[in-house]
Ligand binder design. Structure first.
Ligand SMILES: [Zn+2]
Length: 468
């Protein structure tokens, strides 16, 4: 049974980096690109080379280092931009030039001050020039969802005739509704000559909270590439979230019978690496990767989960790489616990490397008592990334005594409030509120003296460690 394959185009390093507070330096971009490689994305948009020397260098370094995925560089529809992008992509194993031009009347009139005819000609020229340099060309019609549909089809057709191999229909301003967006993709597929030779792509923004829904509607309309970002970061309200799109397809193949090459067990690590680099924390109730995404607080939920996880869980935490343990790492933690946590954070080590990491870890633990994921990430960063677990790990469930459900006494405190909730996988109770929850004994009592007790609840990492 062959399902259509959806190309996952990650733009965390380009559109994502444009979000306030999310800028990254070259080293950080390279590190994230390596994690995106482990995650299995098909295309990494590494930057906008003409925008700055830093962007240029980042694209160049990523192109030289990350060899499996396609590496894309963004360019406005003009010769200077295209040449600069191509220059940055020289060392890439699989380069793609991504050319864009606005097509909506409002952008043409007020931003570009050109007519539709000029726009059409500029698109044609830019794609033709890019094609003379590189076989893989993507063309994006900025503000496509507010573009006259007849004109949009005309531009797409011209771009294909000039050599574009992917045509992207962005909802740049996050204005579209799912049905409308799906229909737009369908119209492009039906009306544009030559469309069967190219890949149609979605690129949706989240201004109305519909980026993921729109992207999925676009796929149903015939798009075979989705542009998205880790944690949904991006301009304004952000881009479509990669992890949500991938897991929607994986959890509901009955509605979305499509394949992606994403190693879903790497989703959590990717989210953590990005949050750690940008220092922008993931919202607690963020789907898939938020610290409460798999936390069940209401008593009736916990009771159901213990009897059969399917009562409230539509996917396992393990399937997206969420650590299934709330164990806090301290100096009494063993090598195995450390190796496991490193792996969950996207770093897998050989035995000898692990020995060295472990030695450093013990020294650190002795000094700061409670080693949080952020410390561990820093420690691993110092050591240098040594590849990751890209395999299809076990989907099996391991509810250890210290796993997701080890809040039996918290249950009684919360049971009243959430008792009638019946929606599957609902995270009820106090989303966003730090624990320990009322009624919980001190953490030290749960695990005895072998683990470092958590007595404060102020840091993100504490919340995560105790809240998953
Ligand atoms: Zn965008």
């Amino acid at each position: 049974m062959d399902r259509p394959r959806i190309t996952i185009f990650d733009t965390t390093l380009r559109d994502g980096e444009q979000s306030p507070g999310c800028s990254m330096n070259v080293e950080e971009k390279l590190r994230l690109a390596q994690q995106l490689d482990r995650l299995g994305v098909d295309v990494i948009e590494a930057g906008f080379p003409i925008a700055s020397a830093g962007d240029f260098e980042a694209v160049q370094r990523i192109a030289a280092t990350v060899r499996r995925p396609i590496i894309a560089g963004l360019a406005r529809a003009c010769k200077g931009d295209v040449d600069r992008a191509w220059q940055a992509l020289q060392g890439a194993a699989r380069p793609r030039i991504h050319v864009f031009l606005a097509t909506s009347d409002i952008h043409l009139k007020y931003k570009l001050r050109i007519t539709r005819e000029q726009c059409l000609e500029q698109a044609r020229e830019a794609v033709r020039h890019a094609k003379s340099l590189c076989p893989d060309i993507e063309f994006s019609l900025e503000d496509a969802t507010r573009t006259d549909v007849g004109f949009l089809c005309e531009v797409v057709e011209a771009a294909i005739a000039a050599g574009a191999t992917t045509v992207n229909i962005p909802d740049t301003v996050g204005y579209s509704m799912p049905e409308e967006y799906g229909n737009l993709i369908r119209t492009v597929r039906e009306k544009v000559a030559g469309i069967e030779k190219v890949t149609i792509s979605t690129h949706c923004h989240n201004d109305l909270g519909l980026a993921v829904a729109n992207s999925l509607a676009g796929v149903q309309g015939g798009a075979r590439q989705v542009e998205c970002t880790i944690n949904g970061i991006g301009e304004r309200a952000g881009n479509a979230s990669l992890e949500e799109i991938v897991m929607a397809m994986r959890v509901r193949p009955d509605r979305y019978a499509y394949e992606t090459a994403i190693a879903s067990e790497q989703l959590y690590a990717s989210s953590q690496v990005l949050a750690e680099i940008t220092r922008v924390p993931v919202q607690p109730n963020k789907a898939i990767t938020g610290r409460n995404a798999f936390a069940h607080e209401a008593g009736i939920h916990q009771d159901g989960m213990l009897k059969n996880p399917l009562t409230y869980e539509i996917m396992t935490p393990q399937s997206v790489g969420v650590p299934d343990s709330r164990l806090v790492l301290g100096k009494h933690s063993g090598r195995h616990a450390l190796a496991l946590r490193c792996e969950q954070l996207g770093h897998k080590y050989e035995r000898r490397e692990l020995d060295e990491i472990y030695r450093k870890f013990v020294v650190l633990a002795d000094r700061i008592k409670k080693v949080q994921d952020s410390h561990l990430l820093e420690l691993m960063q110092d050591f240098g990334s040594k590849g990751g677990n890209n395999g299809n790990g076990s989907q099996g469930r391991k509810f250890s005594p210290t796993g997701t459900l080890s809040f039996p006494r918290a249950a009684s405190a919360a049971a009243g409030a959430g008792g009638n909730e019946s929606h599957p996988a609902q995270v009820s109770g106090s989303a966003g509120q730090a624990q320990p929850r009322p009624g919980c004994p001190a953490p030290a009592n749960w695990f005895g003296g072998a683990l470092v007790p958590v007595t404060d609840h102020h840091s993100e990492q504490d919340d995560y460690l105790w809240g998953v």
